[in-house]
Ligand binder design. Structure first.
Ligand code: NDP
Length: 228
């Protein structure tokens, strides 16, 4: 689980640990709260060496990684006219290339085990776009093509790759929105509220157990996209 020290990542890690799975989460700054079945390793997903080291530590503690959740993500919102190349590439580097780095490292062990589940955390912004989020939307949409390509490459193995696309979820990331942005988004959401991180975790857990769902994009958006 990348980015497992808070938000959706921590909620998902706790859900797996409660179910009896051995879970490794990554963190960059302060170490997250650890509990039964859950360990933390330091890793910045923009650095391949740190990714490799994190996998080595996870494998040493828990054995082969058979479920990977690529969750680490950042936003850096700017209208395109004001967006620097660094604003764009840094967001792609974490959200999309970061997922590539961890998936490529995970695949080795999954091929050896003959089994694997990869879940990529995208966003409904990937499907609809959003003003000020061209960088984030491009990165999150890239995950869809990435997952579907892996699905073709790994079709004959018991290795699946799917995408979860949350709508606005109650975490530090969504707390950065203004009241007006929140109101606007909620007015288009039949559920009339934000998602709880645990509700995203439920869908990730479902995909970790679903061997014949492949290349799917599952929105968790309170009905905002009516299934799309
Ligand atoms: P948070 O901001 O609460 O957490 C983001 C997590 O990603 C943190 O653990 C953070 O670590 C980690 N992270 C960021 N950059 C890196 C990096 N370079 N290397 C390793 N870890 C990194 O966000 P959420 O929990 O809300 O978001 C989780 C995922 O869900 C993200 O991919 C996000 O884009 C997506 N999402 C969120 C939505 C929302 O409304 N909240 C809606 C749709 C999608 P650190 O603590 O070190 O910064």
């Amino acid at each position: 689980m990348t980015g497992g020290n808070r938000g959706i990542g921590l909620a998902t890690a706790r859900r797996f640990a409660r179910a009896g799975d051995r879970v490794t989460v990554t963190y960059r700054g302060a170490e997250p709260p650890v509990s039964e079945g859950l360990i933390a390793v330091r890793c910045d997903v923009t650095d391949s060496q740190q990714v490799d080291q994190a996998f080595k530590e996870a494998e040493a503690a828990h054995g082969p990684v058979t479920v990977l959740v690529a969750n680490a993500g950042v936003t850096h919102d700017r209208l395109l006219v004001r967006m620097s190349e660094e604003d764009f590439t840094s967001v792609v580097d974490t959200n999309l290339t970061g997922a590539f780095r961890v998936a490529r490292r995970a695949i080795r062990g999954m091929l050896r085990e003959g089994h694997g589940r990869i879940v990529l955390i995208s966003s409904t912004v990937a499907l609809h776009g959003a003003a000020g989020q061209a960088n984030y939307a491009a990165a999150k949409a890239g995950l869809v093509g990435f997952a579907r390509s892996l699905t073709h490459e790994l079709g004959s193995r018991d290795i699946t790759c799917n995408v979860v696309a949350p709508g606005l979820t109650e975490t530090d990331m969504s707390r950065a929105l203004t009241e007006e942005q929140r109101r606007d988004l909620l007015s288009q959401t039949p559920a009339g509220r934000l998602a709880r991180p645990e509700e995203v975790a439920d869908v990730v857990a479902f995909l970790a157990g679903a061997g014949y769902v492949r290349g799917a994009v599952i929105p968790v958006d309170g009905g905002a996209g009516l299934g799309h």
